[in-house]
Design a protein around this ligand. Structure first.
Ligand code: 5MM
Length: 339
């Protein structure tokens, strides 16, 4: 591992004005997204959709990197170039999701542990040869009656640290993603408590496994009221609660925090990021690694019809631009009217 190279890739991923496009939906997840717009999910429809996204003119102004799924990194554009090459050719860093999914945690009903460590060293070497420069592993923590358990947080934190260490050995920047879900009727205070506890456990394990934090990025949830909570926190409250929680748990040696959107509307995810950056400099860059919040409008505009390609690309570029502005706290609602 060359930590200087890892740290420089991590910093490039959180360069000013830019963030990450998460396009690493596994086959079941992209199947769900396509079903919602009435498009059959086939290897070719998935390829066509991803090609359209990655061919978006000007995307590189606001998108530093793209997270791919295993199938996607093996696919090619119409001109024969592998997708990782298509991205690298336009100055966008290719990344890869390497976990194999969240599975039920034995003995703990309703909780999950993310799998994928077996054989990971060999898979990482292959992905690096295919052009990936960073990786992502997502742990899922649910809030509910009596959960999360310490066992669930501990097992997921340990797996994240083992993954991160293997990534650095292979020369890939690990994005560490412990997602506390927004499903449920819990309050924002409960979300802060669980998110804080999870992050502290994750950083404890990362230290324990000898991971160099300068060559990592954190991809957390924002601190939000549960989706069904009757009392929904305002944008400013979310920004303040999220920053307070992160300051208590995330070391300053981490170069950047790239939020997930987690089911927020596209516009709200942008507004929250903007409000955090408007509060001034923090120890880390505050950026985005959105899946749904970047793709939602593009997916609808496309609708499986190649003729709608440029409308879909315009929708993606617009969201990327809004989030690019949110990196400096300069996003305004007026930007939405521009589309
Ligand atoms: C794009 O979705 C990613 C893959 O999910 P599955 O493994 O369940 O198919 C997901 O990990 C994503 O990268 C993050 O959750 C961020 O995406 P959102 O949509 O929450 O911003």
């Amino acid at each position: 591992m060359n930590i200087a190279d890892l740290a420089s890739t991590a910093r490039a991923l959180v360069a000013k004005g830019k963030g990450i496009l998460a396009a690493d939906e596994s086959a079941p997840t992209i199947g769900k997204r396509f079903k919602a717009i009435g498009v059959p999910s086939t290897e070719e429809s998935r390829r066509a959709y991803r090609q359209l996204l990655f061919a978006t003119e000007g995307m590189e102004q606001f998108i530093s990197g793209v997270i791919l799924f295993d199938e996607t990194i093996r696919q090619r554009a119409d001109d024969g170039r592998p997708f990782a090459r298509v991205l690298a050719d336009r100055g966008v860093i290719p990344g890869i999701k390497v976990d194999t999914g969240a599975k039920p945690l034995a003995g703990f009903a309703g909780e999950k542990v993310t799998e994928g460590l077996d054989g990971l060293r060999d898979r990482l070497a292959e992905y690096r040869d295919m052009g990936a420069r960073f990786a992502k592993w997502r742990a899922v923590i649910a809030i509910g009656d009596g959960i999360p358990s310490r066992a669930c947080i501990g097992a997921n934190a340990h797996a994240l640290a083992r993954y991160a260490s293997l990534c650095q050995e292979a020369g890939l920047v690990p994005i560490v993603e412990p997602e506390v879900l927004m499903d449920g009727s819990h309050t924002i205070e409960r979300c802060a408590q669980v998110t804080g506890g999870t992050l502290r456990a994750v950083y404890g394990q990362l230290y324990g496994q000898g991971v160099d934090l300068q060559g990592t990025l954190l991809k957390p949830n924002m601190v939000l009221s549960g989706k069904e909570c009757p009392d929904q926190a305002s944008v400013d409250e979310v920004a303040a609660a999220t920053l307070e929680c992160l300051r208590q748990a995330v070391p300053a040696s981490v170069p950047g925090i790239v939020f997930l959107s987690g089911g927020q509307s596209s516009e709200l995810a942008t507004a929250h990021l903007n409000a955090m950056n408007a509060l001034g400099d923090q120890p880390w860059e505050l950026s985005f690694s959105y899946g749904r919040a970047l793709q939602e409008h593009a997916l609808k505009a496309w609708g499986g019809n190649a003729e709608n390609g440029s409308a879909a690309q315009q929708a993606l570029r617009h969201r990327a631009e809004c989030n690019g502005a949110a990196r400096s706290g300069s996003y305004t609602e007026a930007m939405e009217a521009a589309v």
